[in-house]
Ligand binder design. Structure first.
Ligand code: NA7
Length: 533
C-alpha cells in the first residue's frame, strides 16, 4: 500500500485526462493520473473494433491547444480511423512527456472527501492511496460497455466480443459465420467493415437508426493547408458554433421554403457528408413537420440503396424522430444489405429469447448458429463510469444517492456536496452532442483556471451551491424539453439501461452559448459556487 500527497488526481488518461495533466503540470501543480487501461487513449484505446472511426472531421476533432502540434500533424483521412487516432494520442503523450505522471493499468475504486482536511482520499485496485486537494473525473461519457440483458451468454461456445472492449490484437473473421447484436454507430461501422471478410453475417436489429454518408476519403491536403494557415480563427469558429464543428448551421426553418427547395438542400447536405445534414434547417429536431420531412428524405435514400424492399422497410427508422438518437455516419452501410452473405433479422417483432451454445434463439423458437458473436450493445453512458467509482462527498453522501433520480450538476462541471471534484464533459454539459474535442478543451481550460483561482486566492475549496445546481438542472431540462430529443429511447435519455432514470442528460443549448454562460459565471466571481478559505 503506497500513500502519497498530490495537488490533483485525475481519473482517466483519454483526451481529457491527457490535456488536463499537460495544463496543470505546466502551472506547477503536482498531478497523478490513474488510467484503468494498459495504455493511454481511453475510449479510443478500447473501441478498436473493425472500422472504428471518428464521425467528426479530423482537422476539427483534434487538440487545438498547441499550435506546433496542430501545424505538424498530418491526418491521412478525412475522418481518422481508430489506429490513426491512437498514433496521434501516443504522439501527444510522448511529445508532452505525459507518461511519467500516468499510472496505467490502475483503476480508481473510491474517492472520498475528508471534510476535516478538505482533501480527497483516493483508492485504487492496485492498493495505492493518494490524498489530493482536487479530484478530476476525466472518465469519459461512453466508457462503460453494456452487455445485453439476454440470458445464456456464458453458455455460448464460440468467441464473443463487445465492440467497446475489443481484443488488442484484433479478431480475424475470415471465412467465419458471424452474428452481431445491435445497429447503433459501433455496429454500423463494424458491419460495413467485416461484411466482405466474413462468410456469413447475421445482423440482429431491434431498432433501426438513421445513418448519413460520411464520404470519407484521403485527407484533402490543400484544404488542410488552408485550414492550418488560419487555424486560430478556424478553431475559434468551432468554439463559438452550436456543435463545436465547422459546418454551416442553417438558420432557415424547413417549412418556410418550398418542397423543391427543401429537397435540394437535403440533397446538398447529403452530399457534404456527416453531421452537416442534421443542421440542414434550424428546426429539424424541434418542429415535428420539419423532422418528418428529414425522416422521409432519409427513408427514400434507404429505399434507393437497398434492393430488397422488405429489408429496406426494416431499415427505415419509424419509431423515433430523426436526429433524436445519435445519428450514425457510415461508409456504404445500407448497400451492405444487398450482399448475399448478409442477413438482417428483426428482433423487435421477434425478440432474442436466449443466447445458446451455438448462437441464439428468438422467442418464436427460430434459432441461428454462428462461429462468433459481436455485441455492439452500447454503453452505460455519461453516468456509468462515475458510478463505477465509490464517490462520496460531504457527510459521506454518495454520488449515486445524490443522482438517484438522474444526474444533477452545476454546468456539468461540479456537483453540490462534492467540493473540489470536477467532471469533464459531465452530464448537464453539451459533451456528447458536440465535437468532444472542443468540449473537452473548454472544460479542461475552465477547470484549470478555476484551480489556479483557488490556489492564487488562498482558498481551500470551491463547491457548486445547491440552488445554482437546481436552477441549472431546470434549465437543462427546459432546453431539452423544447426539442424532440426526449421522445426517443436513446442512451442520451438513459433508456438503454434498465432501471436508469429517464432524464435527458446532455445540455442541448449549444457549445457556443454554453461557453458564454461558463465564462460569465467566472466573470461574476464564480457565481453559484461557494468559495471557502
Ligand atoms: P448504441 O448506439 O447504444 O447501440 C446499441 C445497439 O444495441 C442498439 O441498436 C440497441 O438496440 C442494441 N441492443 C442493446 N441491447 C439489445 C438487446 N438486448 N437486444 C437487441 N438489441 C440490443 O451503442 P453504440 O456502441 O453503437 O454507439 C454508442 C455511441 O458511440 C454512439 O452513439 C456514438 O456517439 C459513439 P435499441 O436501439 O436499444 O433497440
Amino acid at each position: 500500500m503506497s500513500s502519497t500527497q498530490q495537488d490533483v488526481v485525475i481519473v482517466g488518461a483519454g483526451f481529457s485526462g491527457m490535456y488536463l495533466l499537460h495544463r496543470l503540470r505546466g502551472l506547477g501543480f503536482s498531478v497523478q493520473v490513474f488510467e484503468a487501461g494498459p495504455d493511454v487513449g481511453g475510449t479510443w484505446f478500447w473501441n478498436r473494433y473493425p472500422g472504428a472511426r471518428v464521425d467528426v472531421q479530423s482537422i476539427t476533432y483534434s487538440y487545438s491547444f498547441d499550435d506546433a502540434l496542430q501545424q505538424e500533424w498530418e491526418w491521412t483521412e478525412r475522418y481518422a480511423a481508430q489506429p490513426e487516432l491512437m498514433r496521434y494520442i501516443n504522439h501527444v503523450a510522448d511529445r508532452f512527456d505525459l507518461r511519467r505522471d500516468i499510472q496505467l493499468a490502475t483503476r480508481v475504486t473510491a474517492a472520498h472527501f475528508d471534510e476535516a482536511a478538505n482533501r480527497w482520499e483516493i483508492e485504487t485496485d492496485r492498493g495505492s492511496h493518494v490524498s489530493a486537494q482536487f479530484c478530476i473525473m476525466a472518465t469519459g461519457c461512453l466508457s462503460v460497455s453494456r452487455l445485453p440483458d439476454i440470458t445464456g451468454l456464458e453458455s455460448y461456445q464460440g468467441d464473443w466480443h463487445h465492440t467497446g472492449a475489443w481484443p488488442h490484437d484484433g479478431v480475424d473473421f475470415t471465412g467465419k459465420s458471424v452474428g452481431i447484436i445491435g445497429t447503433g454507430s459501433s455496429a454500423v461501422q463494424t458491419i460495413t467493415t467485416i461484411a466482405a471478410q466474413v462468410d456469413q453475417l447475421t445482423v440482429f436489429q431491434r431498432t433501426p437508426n438513421f445513418s448519413v454518408p460520411a464520404w470519407n476519403g484521403h485527407a484533402d491536403h490543400e484544404l488542410a493547408q488552408q485550414v492550418k494557415e488560419s487555424y486560430a480563427s478556424y478553431r475559434q469558429r468551432a468554439r463559438e458554433s452550436f456543435a463545436g464543428d465547422i459546418f454551416d448551421f442553417s438558420q432557415t426553418p424547413a417549412m418556410s421554403v418550398t418542397a423543391d427547395e427543401r429537397e435540394a438542400e437535403f440533397e446538398r447536405r447529403w452530399g457534404l457528408g456527416g453531421f452537416a445534414f442534421l443542421v440542414s434547417f434550424v428546426d429539424l429536431v424541434t418542429d415535428p413537420a420539419a423532422n418528418a420531412a428529414a425522416a422521409e428524405f432519409v427513408h427514400r435514400k434507404i429505399r434507393e440503396q437497398v434492393q430488397d424492399p422488405v429489408v429496406a422497410e426494416l431499415l427505415c427508422p419509424k419509431d423515433h424522430p430523426f436526429g433524436t438518437k445519435r445519428l450514425c455516419v457510415d461508409t456504404g452501410y445500407y448497400q451492405v444489405y444487398n450482399r448475399d452473405n448478409v442477413t438482417l433479422v428483426d428482433v423487435k417483432s421477434d425478440p432474442i429469447a436466449a443466447i445458446t451454445p451455438t448462437g441464439l434463439r428468438l422467442e418464436s423458437g427460430t434459432a441461428y448458429a454462428f462461429d462468433s458473436l459481436i455485441l455492439a450493445t452500447g454503453f452505460d453512458a455519461m453516468t456509468g463510469a462515475l458510478f463505477a467509482i465509490d464517490i462520496r462527498g460531504r457527510d459521506d453522501a454518495s454520488l449515486q444517492e445524490h443522482w438517484s433520480a438522474g444526474p444533477r450538476t452545476y454546468l456539468g462541471l461540479q456537483v453540490s456536496g462534492f467540493p473540489n471534484l470536477f467532471t469533464i464533459t459531465g452530464p448537464g454539459s453539451p459533451s456528447v452532442l458536440s465535437n468532444m474535442m472542443v468540449s473537452i478543451e473548454q472544460h479542461v481550460d475552465w477547470v484549470t483556471d478555476c484551480i489556479v483561482y483557488v490556489r492564487d486566492h488562498g482558498l481551500a475549496t470551491i463547491e457548486a451551491e445547491r440552488d445554482a445546481e437546481d436552477r441549472w438542472v431546470d434549465h437543462v431540462n427546459e432546453v431539452g424539453a423544447a426539442t424532440l430529443l426526449p421522445e426517443a429511447n436513446s442512451w442520451y435519455m438513459g433508456a438503454n439501461v434498465p432501471g436508469k432514470p429517464r432524464v435527458f442528460m446532455p445540455y442541448v443549448g449549444g457549445v457556443g452559448a454554453y461557453r458564454i454562460i461558463c465564462d460569465e459565471v467566472v466573470a461574476k466571481g464564480y457565481e453559484g459556487f461557494a468559495l471557502k478559505a
